[in-house]
Design a protein around this ligand. Structure first.
Ligand SMILES: NC(=O)c1ccc[n+]([C@@H]2O[C@H](COP(=O)([O-])OP(=O)(O)OC[C@H]3O[C@@H](n4cnc5c(N)ncnc54)[C@H](O)[C@@H]3O)[C@@H](O)[C@H]2O)c1
Length: 255
């Protein structure tokens, strides 16, 4: 019987949005080490190129470019250009922002800006990638959700939590619609990971240690590499029968 479980012709291009630092950088490195040609697309184009250069100096094929995922026209052009250069087998919607502000003080502009990156940006990149992947009959898209997709943050982050809840449903709905095309859509939901984003949310240097002690059963923050490992799995052929799944990687936070 023919083996229809694996895709021998898996495209080796990988796009990681927001890959200049933090979780995205670890994902870019992990995918490059498995042999993908990785494109880091970040609103901070200088940092994207610097990270790509650092990874290239380690012998990896990584390219950097400037991209604001909330800008529909730029996303469409960038995804087409990247896919022409190296057909995309993997797309990771990692770019995200967050801020801590009481609900009653949030401006409409702040709300729209956050949703523009965290939700609209994921939709735009996913849609542009799907247009290229569907005709090839395969592709893996992985979105960065959060434990905030399931439960409210311990600090006032209503727009962020709302965006991550929506990313979870965007993942599930897109996965169902695209399942028959061979394009898989999954998400990874990190708990609290030690990155610039996490450190920017508090002025108290001890706050993260206290959070780990009180809320994270394993007693420590997550490492970007631990999130990258989950993205690697979901975007690999080992996950060929996995779609519409949200893989929680949180040190037991949600237990
Ligand atoms: N750090 C955590 O604890 C944690 C937990 C759950 C989920 N997440 C999610 O993981 C993802 C990465 O988080 P992180 O902690 O590494 O963040 P980070 O702030 O360290 O890095 C985010 C990167 O995204 C880029 N970016 C921001 N806006 C962009 C835009 N409009 N277009 C393109 N790039 C943009 C930034 O320049 C930066 O390089 C985010 O989606 C975040 O919500 C993080």
């Amino acid at each position: 019987m023919a083996d229809v479980s694996a895709t021998d012709d898996r495209a080796s291009g990988a796009l990681v949005t927001g890959g200049a630092r933090g979780i995205g950088r670890a994902i870019a490195e992990r995918l490059a080490r498995r042999g993908d040609v990785v494109f880091i697309a970040d609103v901070d184009g200088t940092a994207a190129e610097a990270t790509a250069a650092a990874l290239r100096s380690a012998g990896l094929d990584v390219r950097g470019l400037e991209l604001d995922v909330a800008d529909a026209a730029s996303v469409a052009v960038a995804v087409e250009r990247i896919d022409d250069e190296e057909p995309l087998g993997t797309v990771v919607n990692n770019a995200g922002i967050g801020f801590v502000t009481p609900l009653v003080d949030i401006t409409p502009e702040q709300f729209d800006t956050l949703m523009g990156v965290n939700l609209r940006g994921v939709f735009l990149v996913l849609q542009a990638a799907a247009k290229r992947m569907i005709p090839r009959g395969h592709g893996a898209i992985v979105n960065l959700a959060s434990t905030s997709s399931f439960t409210a943050s311990t600090t006032p982050m209503v727009p962020y939590d709302t965006s991550k809840g929506a990313v979870r449903m965007l993942t599930i709905a897109a996965a169902r619609e695209l399942a028959a095309t061979g394009v898989r859509v999954n998400a990874v939901a990190p708990g609290t990971v030690n990155t610039d984003l996490t450190r920017s949310l508090s002025d108290d240097p001890d706050a993260l240690d206290q959070l780990a002690a009180t809320h994270i059963p394993v007693g420590r923050l997550g490492r970007p590499e631990e999130i990258a490992a989950a993205v690697d799995f979901l975007s690999s052929d080992d996950a060929s029968y996995v779609t519409g799944h949200v893989l929680v990687v949180d040190g037991g936070w949600l237990t």
